[in-house]
Design a protein around this ligand. Structure first.
Ligand code: AQP
Length: 330
């Protein structure tokens, strides 16, 4: 099976946007690909994190992945920090990445503006660590949203540069994978910008661990547009977003929903969107809670995944070190 790798930074609580844009697709992909889903904790510390919060969040992510339908027996569910090879390879790749390339990364510019008090070298090197995550497993496919396209391009360039320098295909060149379904979910209060887990405005996002009552309240308070017609259109970003959300959690098409709600006014529509989201969340959250009661089970998954991932990563590190002319390790 082709290797597919994806990860989410534990830099905030997972949102419904993360589910619809990423996790839901992973659930479908696990049958056809050798999947590695990373909790990218090393990436998360490019922004200051509270250690206790980070630890709990990583546990939450793992439980939520499983609660959403990721099978821990079929996939590797790994903490990035549990596999030493990621950091080891990142250093090597640093030496094959040009400063000029990193200077062009738009995410670095955006994040430096957002975290002006902590523009650390990790933030700058973020794409190199991401390249290491990908290349260390001979990953073929990387599901990428728009924000990560430039980083994947860099990973490809660095891999090609290394291969060329050492006259061998040490690294497989990864391809971007555009999932067949993946509406971009926007903020409830500001539907012009995406719903994101590190948003300071609580009411803008639906978090996978929000209580049902809170979810309903947030949806009822969501910004809608002028007029009263329930229809997906460029001049109706708020309503379009709610339609996308409802379509994703119910499996119904936008056309079908428009036909059903077109003239019924925003009130009934929002009430039904809230019910649909809650109906999706409740069983998922029940599975999450059951997993929280079994920490040994979660630790077992992490340990098993880390063991397998380390074995694969270590093989690649040995190959790379050999190519570089480092003395062989016993
Ligand atoms: N709103 C969204 N709609 C659809 N897909 C989304 N994804 C994220 N937000 C949406 C997908 O989730 C995966 C992880 O992306 P991310 O880590 O960039 O998530 P984020 O919530 O957008 O994170 P932030 O707030 O930008 O914070 P940082 O960068 O600090 O973690 C990706 O597959 C993404 O497409």
């Amino acid at each position: 099976k082709p290797v597919l790798l994806s990860g989410i930074q534990p830099s905030g609580q997972l949102t419904l946007g993360n589910y619809i844009g990423a996790i839901r697709n992973w659930v479908d992909l696990q049958a056809d690909y050798d999947c590695i889903f990373l909790l990218v904790d090393l990436h998360a510390i490019t922004v200051r994190q509270d250690p206790a919060v980070l630890r709990q969040r990583c546990r939450d992510f793992l439980s939520l992945y499983i609660a959403c339908g990721i099978d821990p027996e079929k996939n590797l569910l790994c903490a990035q920090s549990h596999v030493a090879g990621h950091s080891q390879l990142a250093w090597i790749l640093d030496c094959y990445t040009m400063v000029g390339e990193l200077n062009r990364m738009t995410q670095f510019k955006d994040k430096s503006a957002k975290h002006a008090d902590n523009i650390n070298a990790g933030l700058y090197n973020y794409p190199v660590l991401m390249a290491a995550d990908i290349l260390i497993y001979d990953t073929q496919l990387v599901p990428v949203g728009n924000d990560q396209k430039q980083h994947l391009e860099l990973a490809r360039d660095v891999a090609q540069r290394f291969n060329f320098a050492h006259k061998e295909e040490v690294f497989r060149i990864p391809e971007p994978f555009i999932p067949p379904v993946g509406a971009r979910i926007m903020g409830l209060q500001n539907p012009e910008a995406k719903m994101s887990k590190s948003d300071d405005n609580e009411g803008n996002g639906i978090y996978l661990l929000d209580e049902p009552k809170k979810i309903a309240k947030k949806i009822k308070r969501a910004v809608t547009d002028s007029g009263s017609e329930v229809r997906a259109a460029d001049d109706k970003p708020g309503v379009t977003n709610l339609l996308n959300i409802m379509a994703a959690v119910t499996g119904r098409s936008i056309e079908d929903l428009e036909a059903d709600y077109g003239d019924s006014g925003y009130g009934r529509f929002k009430g039904d969107v809230a019910d649909a989201v809650v109906a999706f969340m409740e069983p998922m959250q029940a599975r999450y809670r059951a997993l929280q009661d079994d920490p040994a089970y979660l630790d077992g998954i992490l340990a098993r995944s880390a063991e397998q991932a380390n074995a694969r990563a270590d093989q690649k590190i040995r190959q790379v070190y050999d190519k570089l002319g480092f003395l062989p390790r016993a």
